[in-house]
Write a protein that binds this ligand. Sequence first.
Ligand code: B12
Ligand code: SF4
Length: 430
Amino acid sequence: MRPSMSGVRAGDAMQPLVFALLAALTPSGVALTFHDELVEPLPEVPDADAVALTVETFAARRAYQLADRWRARGVPVIMGGFHPSMCPDEAAEHADAVVVGEAEDTWPRLLADLAAGRLASRYDSTCADGLGGVRFDTSVFAGKRYAPLGLVQFGRGCRFACDFCSIHAFFGARIRTRPVAEVVAEIARRPERMLFFVDDNLYADPAAARELLEELVPLRRRFACQLSMDVAGDPALLRLLHRAGCRVVVVGFESTSPATLRAIGKGANLHADYERVIRAFHAARIMIYGTFVVGYDADSARTPADAADFAIRHRFAVANFNPLMPMPGTRLYDRLKGQGRLIHDRWWIDPAYRYGDAMLVPTGMTPAELTDGCRAARFAFNTPACIARRLAHPAANAHSPANAALFLAANLVSRREIRAKQGRRLGASG
Ligand code: B12
Ligand code: SF4
């Protein structure tokens, strides 16, 4: 099961790939049923021998509420995913078994133990293997109302280790990619014309990424992916990306301040000329989804508005302006906790925390300025007038009717979700 952030549906739900992964890892004698609170109500009490929950930090409070209810009715609960992996002891207070790390080596073991009536309280992944043979049974998404995007995973891990990011804490320094032939065969079978590669950087392994892109060309799909901005320095690669079907890149710009970029530790950005990067993507007819974080020591109350101005001026197709989020397990979290600067020690289960709130006491502004500044930046970027202004720039977002349609769909979802999520309490009320 996948719990949602606040116990209600989300308008931007994408296929939870982990369902497809668990389905493919499950022996044929075991019956699985998938429920996703982002698109449907969950059963009051599941009619099952056990329930497994995939839990991200923003959904932890909701997951614990559900788990407590189900366990009280005698249903054993298993938890896995980013949050239980970072906070296994906390998760263990609400679960019969906690999975730390990846599913490939833990899930089959856990199922065998469950069948034998000896479920252990903890399963630690020791996955050192490559990703050859990893399969996704995407038939589990049939009949569920997700965004019309096929999610695909090529690799895991990232070349960088940004201060605030969970990826390094979860995957370590390893970068692994699936064999190109297996990914291409999977994509060829999938019905969706538009794909989203969930890799944190599709170009994490440059040689493998080039091979994949070449193989994608004849499949004639369209896709969005996350990339580090150093790829923009290679015009031939950008042309290949476009030929392969890439129409949107999600790029972590994070900040325009060198001091903040140094604090984040994102070398690719520090050495990049942002204007050039943006021109290069737009010249390759690829739209930009830029993300920014605010709250480092060099940031001030003006930073969110400056970031929004930057993103609007450069006609970003979509942009996020996030107050810095100290995720458990990251360097940022440990440092802020040590400095006594966390507003809520464990904000993810604190009933006072609301989505969009400052989670830390910044040095260059007040917490309220951080919250309100990011909120104002999000809203300013997503007004109808601003959406129209960004669209009316053929070089950035309207290269073709198909791109313009994609731009509009992404902006409508983004505008609606920002309004729906801002200020929302985590977990279900009552
Ligand atoms: C796609 C994506 C999104 C999409 C949609 C997600 C969806 N499917 O609906 C969008 C863009 C909407 C999104 C939004 C957000 N996201 Co997001 N997202 C991702 C991304 C890039 C890919 C997720 C994915 O499909 N992974 C592939 C699957 C196979 O991996 P997985 O689910 O993690 O499962 C693996 C293990 O965790 C484990 N596992 C997981 N669950 C279980 C359960 C069991 C029982 C077992 C045995 C194992 C297991 O097994 C799998 C591998 O073997 C990840 C980064 C990443 N690399 O995973 C970030 C990520 C999950 N997102 C993250 C964040 C922070 C967010 C936001 C809060 C950002 C924001 N500022 O608002 C929002 C809000 C999310 C919410 N809950 O509402 C963080 C979460 C960190 C954390 N500690 O929880 C991640 C890790 C990114 C990061 N850089 O840190 N996201
Ligand atoms: S580049 Fe992105 S995925 Fe990689 S560590 Fe930095 S924020 Fe995380």
